[in-house]
Write a new protein. Structure first.
Length: 435
């Protein structure tokens, strides 16, 4: 083996097979298909500042590499992980000098979401002046992670996870391509190739790395290497789920859980809950969201829902993982199947809006406390009616301030046990309408 061949063998398969042209690029047809806008911008070398947003392994860095090979501008590769403000300013000053000489600079920033606000601000004046064309790559939602001023000057292109068919095509190419395993006789069934593609979950890098691992651990025989189902299963025994507890996927999954329960779909709700747990989410966080849901979306239709949710929180606190998963499942299924009412939520929101937007109303004198003689002289508590002194346990006394005396916030539904609350409230209101 020559030194070159040895160096090549040490290079990861995903790096050896990185496409150098749009023709070799797999996936993202919505952006790179014939006639699509991003393809035209790259082919015409008319790129402007842009952000590539998508999950890992979908081609963000590869696209930047293809642009680097086609553009007539100076291309600078920059990492948000290893660079600080000093390095940014050095590159920006160099780009500014190039601009004055009529040369463009394309700056690619991988993992741009790792830059803090001050670091991102350092790019802004140079992007505005056109000293640089900024291309950022991020796995996080740019709306959350990129400064608004910088984001407004960039076009955002959303890259999608690769489909299973695209990954199968990629894997088969790796087996034939001389840069991959093309010079070797690798035996692997179509079923196992599809298993690798399914395991990769849309990530081309994971697919190629898994294939490489399977081949390296395959059975060696005189004619080549055989990848067996048993050997492959050891490489794909557990998938690392895409889940960032502080990023967009965190909010996507808790939203999916909440909306599945609201839609009375226990199967979907349990699935999204388990996705969060397997991704490393704190079970107490999930339990807290269930407590909120119990009052926001079930409420008086089944007041036991709140008790179940609180009990699940306590169980998670007492036991922790892995034992508390069944308690969360108990609460999620109960909340999913419970009758639904958002009457408490709407009452809360309508009342909050009045408190914030309307004048501050004084407490009516009849329901003020009068602990001192002076307060009694001033009329505090005068006209107070003690409900327990009446047969109905009701009075006609006004408790709302004058400016809101006819305002109602709680409008019960006819769902579940809230129907009883609705009947009771109707009786109370009819009583108070009588003189």
């Amino acid at each position: 083996m020559t030194l070159f061949e040895n160096d090549r063998a040490m290079t990861p398969l995903a790096s050896r097979l990185r496409p150098s042209s749009l023709e070799d690029f797999v996936g993202q047809e919505h952006l790179l298909g014939q006639g699509k806008i991003l393809r035209q911008l790259i082919e015409r070398d008319q790129i402007s500042s842009m952000i590539f947003w998508g999950p890992p392994g979908v081609g963000k860095t590869t696209l930047a590499s293809i642009i680097a090979g086609r553009t007539k501008s100076e291309f600078i590769n920059f990492s948000a992980v290893t660079s600080g403000i000093r390095e940014i300013r050095e590159v920006m000053n160099r780009a500014e000098q190039s601009r004055r000489m009529g040369l463009r600079t394309v700056l690619f920033v991988d993992e741009i979401h790792r830059f803090n606000k001050a670091q991102q601000d350092a790019f802004l004046p140079y992007v505005e002046r056109g000293s640089i064309i900024l291309i950022g790559a991020t796995t996080e939602n740019p709306s959350f992670e990129i400064n608004g001023a910088l984001l407004s000057r960039c076009r955002v292109f959303v890259l999608k996870a690769l489909g299973e068919k695209a990954l199968v095509r990629l894997l088969k190419n790796a087996l034939k391509n001389p840069a991959g395993f093309g010079g070797q006789n690798i035996e692997i069934s179509d079923e196992n190739i599809r298993a690798v593609a399914a395991f990769a979950n849309g990530d081309a890098r994971t697919a190629l790395n898994t294939l490489e691992m399977a081949v390296l651990n395959g059975e060696i025989h005189p004619d080549g290497i055989r990848v067996t189902t048993e050997g492959l299963s050891q490489c794909i025994s557990r998938r690392s789920l895409l889940y960032d507890k502080s990023g967009e996927e965190h909010y996507n999954l808790i939203s999916a859980l909440h909306k599945s329960m609201r839609n009375s779909d226990p199967d979907a709700a349990v699935y999204w809950m388990m996705r969060m747990l397997e991704g490393g989410e704190d079970p107490l966080y999930i339990a807290r969201r269930l407590i909120r849901f119990a009052s926001e979306d079930v409420g008086m239709a089944d007041s036991r829902a709140l008790q179940v949710a609180v009990a699940a929180y306590q169980a998670c606190h007492f036991l922790g993982l892995p034992e508390c998963d069944v308690h969360l499942t108990h609460a999620v299924v109960y909340l999913s199947l419970a009758p639904k009412s958002n009457a408490l939520y709407t009452a809360c929101e309508e009342c909050r809006r009045d408190v914030r937007e309307k004048n501050t109303e004084p407490v009516p004198m009849q329901i003020r406390n009068a602990p001192t003689g002076l307060m009694k002289e001033l009329g505090y508590g005068k006209g107070y009616e003690y409900a327990h002194d009446t047969e109905e346990k009701l009075t006609h006394m006004q408790c709302m301030p004058d400016g809101l005396k006819d305002r109602t916030y709680y409008h019960p539904t006819q769902e579940g046990e809230e129907e009883k609350a609705a009947r009771r409230l109707e009786e109370i209101r009819k009583f108070r309408e009588k003189p």
